[in-house]
Design a protein around this ligand. Structure first.
Ligand SMILES: NC(=O)c1ccc[n+]([C@@H]2O[C@H](COP(=O)([O-])OP(=O)(O)OC[C@H]3O[C@@H](n4cnc5c(N)ncnc54)[C@H](O)[C@@H]3O)[C@@H](O)[C@H]2O)c1
Length: 269
């Protein structure tokens, strides 16, 4: 690619996700240049920058959006309140990791199309969101995302703390939360991104229910996605793996029943 037209990337938040992305850019595993990073923890940003060969500048959020063509948010839902308007003001495309923070901000999508900016949302631990999106236009009646989490992964989370969920008394699988994707994004701000991506992908008319199950003795997180379809057609099946290998198997099977549940399983973490 011509050096003059290489994509310039800026990252807000250099914790586990931002640092991984920065390292991939630095190692040229992604065909773009990391030009700047920002973090509320400036010391952390300085030490991340110092460990990279390309030594990106550590800058303020304002400067980040000035320097980059694509700005990546890998910070927190709260950070979006400042990040998105600044990215719009500079006319930048953005990749949002804290997807839950987009729910309830439909105006941002309207502004993006008015300003000609793109908001990219990663599919994360769920594969085939494009297929789900197409299926939701006419085929889906409702969707349920069940997130089975180890006790250790739930300990200290906002919902568990706020509601004094007695994790240590559970001896069998226990549903600790059931609600809409929007409610899940508020209850589990750092771990509800798959639910939020799903909510954004499916048609607004399709209800999305999120269930969080505490699983004693389990070490890995597991997602199960089920949907109720309004016709007998099941256009695709999806599986996810820790490496996010996507398998889209065309099956085109016709069901005799007009309504049926399809269970799709995925493992992550
Ligand atoms: N969409 C997905 O598939 C997916 C997957 C994993 C994590 N995430 C989300 O990505 C975000 C980052 O995850 P992480 O695991 O790297 O978190 P982390 O806690 O390891 O790192 C977050 C970094 O952002 C910084 N930060 C937080 N709020 C900030 C703000 N307002 N301004 C500037 N810097 C700020 C912190 O100082 C920290 O360095 C989280 O919101 C998480 O939920 C999304």
């Amino acid at each position: 690619m011509n050096a003059a037209i290489r994509l310039r990337v800026g990252i807000l938040g250099v914790g586990s996700i931002g640092r991984t992305l920065a390292a991939a850019l630095d190692a040229k595993r992604i065909d773009a240049d990391l030009v700047a990073i920002a973090d509320q923890d400036e010391q952390r940003a300085e030490s991340v920058a110092a460990a990279l060969t390309t030594r990106p500048r550590v800058v303020s959020l304002h400067e980040l959006v000035q320097r980059a063509d694509l700005v990546v948010e890998a910070a927190s839902q709260n950070a979006l309140l400042d990040f998105v308007p600044k990215a719009f003001a500079a006319g930048r495309d953005m990749l949002i990791m804290s997807v839950g923070g987009l729910l309830g901000h439909e105006d941002w999508f309207r502004q993006a199309s008015e300003k000609g900016c793109r908001i990219y949302v990663p599919s994360g631990a769920i594969a085939g969101l494009d297929g789900i999106k197409s299926a939701s236009m006419g085929y889906l009646q409702s969707a349920v995302l069940t997130s089975r989490k180890p006790i250790a992964a739930l300990r200290g989370t906002k919902y568990v703390v706020d509601n004094n969920v007695p994790l240590d008394t559970f001896h069998e699988e226990t549903v600790i939360f059931e609600g809409t994707a929007e409610e899940a994004a508020r209850a589990f701000p750092t771990t509800s991104n798959v639910a939020a991506s799903l909510r954004l992908a499916v048609d607004r008319t399709v209800p999305v229910c999120v269930r969080v199950v505490a699983v004693p003795g389990e070490a890995r997180m597991c997602m199960r996605f089920a949907y109720r379809e309004s016709s007998g057609v099941c256009p695709w099946m999806w599986r996810t793996s820790p490496r996010k290998i996507i398998r889209a198997l065309p099956s085109w099977r016709l069901s005799r029943r007009s309504l049926r549940w399809r269970i799709l399983r995925g493992r992550c973490g």
